[in-house]
Ligand binder design. Structure first.
Ligand SMILES: *Cc1c(COP(=O)(O)O)cnc(C)c1O
Length: 362
């Protein structure tokens, strides 16, 4: 079916052949056909989280970090102060992005294996009236931990602060309903649970919040208010769009709908995770997180100590067999990660487990 390796990574990830096929033509960026494709993409992105009517979808060229930076730049006023709820590297990155652009930002930190707790968020917001915005990473891809989104969003809304959500590795699979969960801006990208190819990020932003942000971004290319106005004016992108990436994402979004939407995708990812963790336990690999807080997105395993297994040779041996795994991103433990997302099912994970068994000689 494919010459590509199986990517067991959080993105870029394994895509369906039809999604790659959608890239095999050229598009004029100012042509009616591509304008229609962009409009379909923006409408479908809102539909994934039931945001039509309250939010607008603003796509942006680049990887996920570009859209995080653009969203913070557009929504945080110079006198604002961001509180980031941190339990991993992507939360830390938001703190440094905000500070780098001259915005005040503070971190409220949890251990990397502990979910963010809504009660502490509520008391932090009560203690510091100077905090104007709150940011959270829904699924911290550092470990694969799932933070309790509805409870945290409710605590932030009760304190009257706008809420910025990095849903990069959850959007499209884990439930996010913008009708019932108060989220001012949600950020995600083409190449994770949506199963598109990399090259595009997007934010779903409350219309009123975005309308109020004119001229605020200190950056031209990362100004999401101006980007939005461009789409509203004539349906076109301000600067050269990644046309093939857009075409692939539209195909991937149609495939998401055909699969049965986020609930069906989540069920497939859960089966992938279940197959993976059961098999890995049998082979003697310990899951880093408590299964109760593990999202079916990416699993972190400890590298066995006795007999010692080094990441690099393990990686190379699996790569030779057609499987690309992912290094760990933790400071305090020797780990590696295996993604459960992408156009993969249990069969692929059973084949992976057979390859791992072969490599470790179990
Ligand atoms: C992937 C990811 C990002 C963005 O990373 P890029 O490498 O810039 O695409 C941001 N936050 C989270 C939680 C992610 O998983």
């Amino acid at each position: 079916m494919t010459d590509s390796p199986i990517l067991l990574t959080p993105g870029p990830l394994t895509t369906h052949p039809a999604t790659r096929q959608a890239m095999l033509r050229d598009w004029g960026s100012r042509d009616a056909g591509f304008i229609a494709l962009t409009a379909e993409m923006r409408a479908r992105l809102l539909q994934v989280a039931q945001g039509a009517g309250s939010h607008v979808a603003v796509p942006l060229q680049g990887s996920g970090t570009f859209v995080v930076e653009a969203t913070l730049a557009t929504l945080l006023p110079p006198e604002g102060k961001l509180l980031v709820l941190v339990n991993g590297a992507y939360g830390e990155r938001m703190v440094s992005i905000a500070r780098r652009m001259g915005r005040r930002a503070e971190a409220l930190r949890w251990r990397e294996d502990e979910p963010v707790t809504p009660g502490l968020v509520a008391s932090a917001l009560q203690a510091d009236p100077g905090i104007t915005h709150v940011a959270l990473v829904h699924c911290e891809t550092t470990t694969g931990i799932l933070n309790p989104l509805p409870e945290i969003a409710a605590a932030v809304a009760a304190a009257g602060r706008p809420f910025l959500l990095d849903a990069m590795s959850s959007f499209g699979a884990l439930p996010i309903d913008l009708r019932t969960t108060p989220v001012t801006a949600l950020m995600a990208s083409s190449n994770k649970c949506l199963e598109g190819v990399p090259g595009l990020g997007f934010a779903l932003i409350e219309t009123a919040a975005l309308a109020a942000a004119e001229g605020r971004s200190p950056s031209t290319s990362l100004d999401l208010h101006a980007q939005w106005r461009g789409f509203e004016k004539d349906g076109q992108w301000r600067f050269t769009p990644p046309v093939q990436v857009v075409a692939a994402l539209v195909e991937a979004l149609r495939r998401l709908e055909a699969e049965g939407g986020p609930p069906a995708r989540l069920a497939r990812y859960r089966r992938n995770l279940e197959t993976l963790t059961t098999g890995m336990a049998r082979l003697g690999f310990e899951l880093y997180l408590d299964p109760a807080v593990q999202a079916p997105v990416i699993a972190t395993f400890r590298l066995p100590q006795a007999p010692a297994l080094a990441f690099r040779p393990f990686y190379d041996a699996l790569a030779e067999r057609g499987f690309l795994i992912y290094p760990g991103k933790l400071t305090e433990a020797e780990t590696f990660r295996i993604g459960c997302i992408g156009a993969l099912d249990e069969t692929d994970f059973r084949r992976l487990l057979a390859a791992i068994e072969d490599v470790i000689g179990a």
